[in-house]
Design a binder for this molecule. Structure first.
Ligand code: TYM
Length: 335
């Protein structure tokens, strides 16, 4: 009965391993905001995932708080959704250990993100980097999430999470809801590419190819004016042959709320000299109110603390319910 009446649950998170980017906003946060009215949403700042690669402690602490301010400024509302910091809810680490015992070494070895990151950080390939997807599965399964709104790059991790859940349910009977990744349409930002290299994903660790949510308008304009395109002049979507222009078109559509056809028609007969600043302008206008609001929020530390403390309490209660159930199923003695 409870299951029939309960709203579907949503869980997602972002690592505070760098400042929030336009990629994370378009691929994930934009979706998170609109889902708040229809679903029971839980959104996390996944600081435990961030330390899978080396972080400067002072920067990590600062970015966690800034990320919360930016979540709020983007429209996440603590009256509607649970907003919290992963390390404040110890059940994530606890469930992660248990799930690790139901995950195969081979499965983790196949994860694309692990392969990429172990190349990038070849001198520091830790066990944490390897088991990262198990912690992510724990994040999702603790809250019995039905949907996980993420960018295209996280699809494989959500699928692994589903496999782990299915395996556990198969061994011990129904325990976890099987989650489903919710990914934006391609033309609305499922995968935003780097402005400097349109063949690789826009990522927080690549300042030149990346637009940050807190970039002021003149910096945004400069980044778009320098964006890599091609030697033609026509503004049309052709991902194979014109990856740079196609990426800019996607960003324009997602920022201005237009379809690809509308955008192509708007720039028909106009060169990149008109197109690139127009994309910059659309993005600068999109981000301006968020940047201003986030800067205001950062001045009110007491408010931010109140939000994450209350969020951790609410999240902890939900998480403990699942963890108790898991402890019983695997055969741990009740405390
Ligand atoms: P992270 O921190 O790398 O990225 C956060 C979210 O933003 C999306 N994203 C993008 N979408 C489109 N284009 C881009 N260029 C782009 N860059 C990032 C990501 O797909 C993601 O949705 N493992 C996750 C964090 C995580 C998580 C979770 C997510 C930990 N636990 C549980 C969902 C559920 C990550 O590294 O995301």
């Amino acid at each position: 009965m409870e299951n029939q009446t309960r709203k579907k649950r949503v869980f997602s998170g972002i690592q505070p391993s760098g400042d929030l980017t336009l990629g994370s906003y378009m691929g994930a946060i934009k979706n998170w905001v609109t889902m708040q009215d229809e679903y029971d949403c839980v959104y996390c700042i996944v600081d435990m995932h961030a330390i899978t690669v080396r972080q400067n402690p002072a920067d990590l602490r600062r970015r966690c708080l800034e990320q919360l301010a930016q979540y709020l400024a983007c429209g996440l509302d603590p009256a509607k959704s649970i907003l919290f910091v992963q390390s404040h809810v110890p059940q994530h680490a606890e469930l992660s250990w248990i799930l690790g015992c139901y995950t195969q070494f081979g499965e983790l070895s196949r994860m694309t993100q692990f392969k990429q990151k172990s190349q990038q950080h070849a001198d520091n390939i830790t066990a944490g980097l390897f088991t990262y997807p198990v912690l992510m599965a724990a994040d999702i399964l603790l809250y019995q999430a039905d949907y996980v709104p993420v960018g295209e790059d996280q699809r494989q991790h959500v699928e692994l999470c589903r496999d782990i859940a299915q395996r556990f349910n198969g061994v011990y009977s129904e325990t976890f809801v099987l989650p489903e990744a919710l990914i934006q349409r391609v033309d609305q930002g499922a995968r935003i590419m780097s402005l400097g290299n349109p063949l690789s994903k826009m990522s927080k660790s690549d300042p030149d190819g990346c637009v940050y949510l807190m970039d002021p308008p003149e910096v945004i304009q400069r980044k778009f004016k320098r964006a890599v395109t091609d030697s033609e002049t026509s503004v049309r979507y052709d991902k194979e042959n014109k990856p740079g222009v196609s990426n800019l078109l996607t960003i324009y559509c997602a920022a201005a709320g237009k379809s690809l056809e509308e955008a192509e028609a708007e720039f028909a007969g106009q060169g990149y000299g008109v197109f690139k600043p127009a994309v910059g302008e659309a993005v600068a206008e999109l981000l301006r109110p968020m940047r201003e609001e986030a800067a205001r929020m950062m001045k009110d530390k007491a408010y931010l603390e109140g939000v994450y403390r209350e969020g951790a309490q609410r999240a902890g209660r939900l998480a403990q319910r699942t963890l108790d159930k898991v402890h019983r199923k695997v055969g741990f003695v009740a405390r």
